[in-house]
Design a protein. Structure first.
Length: 181
């Protein structure tokens, strides 16, 4: 696309009338280099060099999949995640979440434990079987806080834990601990 823009600009410069005094005839092609068209061309060349200088493109926003059967929890978590720069998708249960992960593996998954169709631990174990899931970070967001539950969740493949109810500071702090913010 950039090349098309540059080509279009060059055509405009080539077809532009040369800057000449009213009493003078149009300059010969050899003298166009000293005209205003030359300055325009120089500006285009400078812009093209800046565009192709190897400046890193803006990184894409990290992606987060929110998996919870509570619409309210998803709404609250979505607001916090978007404020932290994430592109967010949602799933109401583990089966829907697996389908979304097959379509596009997220960078981060926040999942509930108690959900219909497929529990959180079942979802996380199934997620970890999918190709490309090794780099996806998984955090349980659940009211379960007993040591045996935490061991079970981490054993299923989760990376971390947040106990509900959570607030913005807690979730943002967890994102920072995981290296996302």
């Amino acid at each position: 696309m950039m090349h098309n823009l540059i080509k279009r600009e060059l055509r405009l410069v080539e077809n532009a009338p040369a800057a000449a005094a009213p009493e003078m005839a149009s300059p010969a092609p050899a003298s166009r280099a000293a005209s205003g068209a030359d300055e325009h061309l120089a500006a285009i060349v400078a812009a093209a060099k800046a565009a192709s200088s190897g400046a890193a493109p803006q990184p894409a926003a990290p992606t987060c999949l929110l998996v919870d059967d509570s619409r309210m929890i998803r709404k609250i978590a979505r607001r916090i995640m978007e404020q932290n720069g994430f592109a967010v998708t949602e799933a109401e249960d583990g089966a829907e979440a697996i389908a979304r992960c097959r379509a596009a593996m997220p960078d981060l998954v926040l999942t509930d434990w108690d959900m219909p169709v497929m529990t959180g631990p079942e979802f996380v174990a199934a997620l970890r079987e999918l190709p490309g899931s090794a780099d996806t970070r998984v955090v349980f967001c659940t009211s379960k806080s007993a040591a045996q539950d935490i061991h079970h969740g981490i054993g299923a493949g989760a990376d971390d834990w947040i106990v509900k109810p959570f607030d913005e500071a807690t979730l943002t702090g967890k994102l920072a601990a995981l290296g996302f913010v």
